[in-house]
Structure formats: structure tokens, C-alpha cells
Design a protein around this ligand. Structure first.
Ligand code: HEM
Length: 394
């Protein structure tokens, strides 16, 4: 274990600070210890933009293929838990159906319909909690359509989802895979298998399956589970965070209402300020040196995407909400390198349609003016960062 005396700032940082208003902490770390040892995480934390990218691009030195990653123990090996040739083999069949044009052709209409139905129910109410009543359901319904699960009861999918997430958390804490976790994955697997056999036009899984030279059904199902998990919590957070920044920057809210062409830049700026996945994890495959740190083989290296995205060397006045930045796309909310988010075009499409429809259908939308509503709206979380709740009225 590294000597904490070499990283005095990292030594003081608590989990509460990392899960709460983390940005001042990340600024201090980046300036003094851009790669720091944090005893609270039992891991290195990388906060500089250039170093974050160097780690994510170098899968030989910083790998995801490590028993410390518990997802693979519950849903089997997938693109998320492999590197090198095996990663390429598992990811490749999914790449074509997730390209921008393919995603827009396949999903624009169905996602817009899901959003429109949800808003039909909300509009007459006059108030709502937009994270659970809107952002979450948009993400769930989209992924169910993507995987060919439209006919399955949503609560069943969400039940398996919760149980599998719980099983992964228990494995991370050193416990064996629970019987409930196994049963939930078996049920999900049984439900997904028929999707694979459908016509490639029917769903993404069938499309990937058609191109899955050499991928077994088991492998496709494991990757489908990763898609489901990769596509729900993060997208819910992405949409909720985008709404949060617009609701707390009313001048921009009005501007986007007047000119929808500004929306893509607004969404990118909200991804920069608060990436829904704030951290990605790697294990050092060998002893190595990164900036000021001597990293030993086997150490956990956590890349702070939240930190990289507010590096003033890349983004001047990094804490300011400014969708007119010329280099917005240099944010790393979707990671970089071989594991760059596969779903980024779908996620952007969902967020753009969702926010646009909210602004059109709820033109007077505003945060509930109570102190409590304002406090819980601020994104927080150690890994997944989003509002605890987004209470609004219109
Ligand atoms: C439609 C929604 C989404 C789907 C289907 C999806 C799917 C995936 C998949 C399959 C991977 C693993 C790729 C690989 O290991 O080769 C991945 C990685 C990633 N995704 Fe997404 N994702 C979605 C939305 C999002 C959103 C909204 C965010 C954040 C704003 C996000 C952030 C990331 C990050 C940071 C990684 C890299 C993980 C790592 O390097 O360890 N994703 N995504």
C-alpha cells in the first residue's frame, strides 16, 4: 500500500466528500496530487484530463480484466470485463447497430413515443418528480425496446435489475454470488433468448446476433445484461442532470426554448459538468509510474471523469455552465479508449428528445421553490451522480 505521507491531501478525503459536493475536492487534488492515493477508496484517484485519457487508452497497463470486478461473476464475462482480442471479439457484433445513423433510424420514433406517452400522463398533474416519474422510465422503456422486451412486464425487468445490482454489490463486498442473484440472471436470460432469434430488424439484440460471428448465445446474453445495466441508471442520470442544469439556469432554459438548435450543446455541457458515471475503474496490470505516483501491479486505479471534465487546462472557468465552449466535445463523460461507451448515440438521442419534449410540453416548468426540493435536486453520488429527486411544477 502506498505511503499516505506522500499524498497528504488524498489521506484526508472522506467518502462523504466524494459522494457530495465533490468538485472543490477534485480541484484541490488536481492541483496538488493529480494522481493521489485515497485511503477512503483504497485506490488511486486520477483527476487530470490528460492523465485520465492516458489511463483509459492504455488497456495493457490499466485493465478491466480482473477478479476485483464483480459484474462478471454475476452475469458472466462480457465486453465490460475483458480487454485485448477477447474484448474486441465480444464488442464487435454490437458496434454496427449502435452507430449514430443506425440508432437514429431504429430508435427516433419509438423513443419519441415513449416520451410523449409519459408526458401525456404528467402534463395534467401540474407537478412531478422528474427523475423517477420521467427520466428513469424513459431509460427503462428504451432499453426494453432495444433488447426486444417490449412485451415483458416492466416491473419484472426492474425486479431482476435490482436483484442483480444487489448481487454485484455483495460480491464487491467479498460475499459469494447470492442464490437470488443467480435466479434473477437466469430469469433475465430466459426472457432474452427469444429476442436473439428474431429478425435483425426487430431489435438490437437480434441485429447483433446476426453479426455475432462466433459469439455463443451465452455470450450475447451476458453482453445484453451489460447493455441493460449500462443503459438504465446512467441515462436516467444523464437526463435528470441535464434538466437540473436547465432548471437552475433559467436564462438558458428560455434560450433553448426559443432555439432548439442549442440543445445538443446544452446537453454536452451538462455531461461535462456532471457526468452520470463519475468514475471508471481499472487495475494496474504491472508496476508503473503515472505523473507523481508509483503504482504497483494489482492496485485499483479510479479515473475521475468528473475531475477530468473540470480541468481548467482544458476548460477555462470549469465550474461555469457555458454551452458555447468551443471544445465541449473534449469532455470524457462517455470515457475514451477501447471501452468508450457503446451506447453514447442512443443516450444522446434519448436525452435530446426527453429534454426537448419537456420544454415544449411543460413550458412553465420550474423547480419547486422549497429549500428541501432545491437541496435534493443537486446531483450527488460516489460513482453514479444524479439528483436524489427533481421536484418540479408548471
Ligand atoms: C443507451 C444507453 C447506454 C448504453 C446501452 C450503454 C452501454 C455501454 C456499454 C455496453 C459499455 C461497455 C463498453 C465496453 O466495455 O467496451 C459502456 C461503457 C461506458 N458507458 Fe455507457 N451506455 C449507455 C449510456 C451511458 C451514459 C448515459 C453514460 C454517462 C453519461 C455512460 C457512460 C459510460 C462510461 C463512462 C463507460 C466506460 C466504462 C469503463 O470504461 O469502465 N453510458 N456503456
Amino acid at each position: 500500500m502506498p505511503d499516505s505521507a506522500n499524498f497528504p491531501l488524498g489521506a484526508q478525503i472522506t467518502l462523504d466528500e466524494l459522494a457530495g459536493d465533490v468538485h472543490p475536492v477534485l480541484h484541490r487534488l488536481r492541483a496538488a496530487e493529480p494522481v493521489s492515493w485515497l485511503p477512503a477508496l483504497n485506490a488511486w484517484l486520477v483527476t487530470r484530463h490528460d492523465l485520465a485519457i492516458a489511463v483509459m487508452r492504455d488497456a495493457k497497463t490499466y485493465t478491466v480484466d480482473h477478479p476485483g470486478f464483480s459484474t462478471a461473476q454475476v452475469v458472466g464475462p462480457s465486453m465490460l470485463s475483458l480487454d485485448g482480442a477477447e474484448h474486441v471479439r465480444q464488442r464487435r457484433p454490437f458496434e454496427a447497430p449502435f452507430r449514430r445513423t443506425a440508432v437514429h433510424n431504429r430508435f427516433r420514433q419509438s423513443v419519441a413515443q415513449h416520451i410523449s406517452k409519459l408526458l401525456d400522463e404528467l402534463v395534467p398533474k401540474g407537478e412531478a418528480e422528474l427523475r423517477r416519474e420521467f427520466a428513469g422510465p424513459v431509460a427503462v422503456k428504451t432499453m426494453m425496446t432495444a433488447l426486444g422486451l417490449d412485451d415483458v412486464v416492466e416491473t419484472a425487468v426492474l425486479g431482476w435489475y435490482d436483484t442483480i445490482v444487489q448481487a454485484v454489490t455483495q460480491v464487491t463486498a467479498g460475499e459469494p454470488v447470492s442464490a437470488e442473484g443467480r435466479a434473477a440472471f437466469a430469469a433475465l436470460r430466459q426472457t432474452l433468448l427469444p429476442s436473439l432469434r428474431r429478425n435483425p430488424e426487430a431489435n438490437l439484440l437480434a441485429a447483433a446476433s446476426g453479426m455475432a460471428q462466433g459469439l455463443s448465445d451465452e455470450e450475447i446474453v451476458s453482453n445484453a445484461a451489460v447493455l441493460l445495466f449500462g443503459g438504465i441508471e446512467t441515462t436516467e442520470g444523464m437526463i435528470a442532470n441535464a434538466l437540473y442544469f436547465l432548471l437552475t439556469n433559467p436564462a438558458w432554459l428560455k434560450r433553448v426554448q426559443a432555439d432548439a438548435t442549442l440543445l445538443p450543446a446544452v446537453i454536452e455541457e451538462t455531461l461535462r459538468l456532471e457526468p452520470a458515471a463519475g468514475v471508471v475503474d481499472r487495475y494496474a496490470a504491472q508496476d508503473t509510474r503515472l505523473a507523481n505516483a508509483e503504482i504497483a501491479a494489482g492496485d485499483l486505479v479510479r479515473v475521475s471523469l468528473s475531475g477530468a471534465n473540470r480541468d481548467s487546462a482544458v476548460f477555462p472557468e470549469p465550474d461555469r455552465f457555458n454551452p458555447l465552449r468551443p471544445n465541449l466535445r473534449e469532455h470524457v463523460a462517455f470515457a475514451q479508449g477501447p471501452h468508450v461507451c457503446l451506447g453514447l448515440h442512443l443516450a444522446r438521442l434519448e436525452a435530446q428528445l426527453a429534454v426537448q419534449q419537456v420544454l415544449v410540453r411543460l413550458p412553465e416548468v420550474q423547480l419547486q421553490p422549497s429549500e428541501m426540493a432545491i437541496a435534493v435536486a443537486k446531483p450527488r453520488g460516489l460513482v453514479f451522480r444524479k439528483p436524489e429527486a427533481l421536484w418540479v411544477r408548471w
